[in-house]
Design a protein around this ligand. Structure first.
Ligand SMILES: [Zn+2]
Ligand SMILES: [Zn+2]
Length: 147
């Protein structure tokens, strides 16, 4: 007979979690601060920028750790499953041209005002006038792979 599973009991994280727990906690605290930051005088989008940026950094941290074998495949999968990193965003980073993509919003073409791509996806070399880029989705300053 198979063992009876305890319902709703979270499996403990795989080995190695202890080593990165502090860093993950830092991200979590930053995220909370961003979520609780006062909204006054800011546009709605701007309020969300730090949240996008922190979740980007956290996904990047976990992905990098996995790539340089700082964490095991088991732990990596566990982190994705438990939403410490965004698997959809990481899936994009594996594609050529998207290695530095800031957030998924910036490749959803509907809401943009710069042709079909978000302004932050345009390589700096192709920008005329050298204006500083800051996209409205997440405040990204340019995330084309060639930048
Ligand atoms: Zn971007
Ligand atoms: Zn953008």
């Amino acid at each position: 007979m198979p063992p009876i599973r305890t319902r709703n009991k979270r499996k403990p994280p795989p080995d190695g979690f202890d080593d990165i727990e502090d860093t993950l906690l830092e991200f979590e605290n930053k995220m909370k601060d961003a979520e609780n930051a006062p909204h006054d005088g800011k546009r709605r989008n701007e309020v969300l920028w730090p949240i996008f940026q922190i979740s980007h950094q956290r996904s990047r941290y976990i992905y990098d750790m996995y790539l340089k074998e700082g964490i095991s495949r088991d732990l990596y999968d566990w982190l994705l499953k438990n939403k410490y990193a965004d698997p959809l965003l990481i899936a994009k980073w594996k594609k050529q041209g998207y290695e530095k993509l800031c957030c998924l919003k910036c490749i959803q073409t509907k809401e943009t005002n710069f042709g079909s791509t978000c302004i932050c996806r345009v390589p700096k070399a192709r920008m005329t006038g050298g204006n500083a880029v800051e996209c409205v989705n997440c405040g990204c300053h340019g995330c084309a792979s060639s930048d």
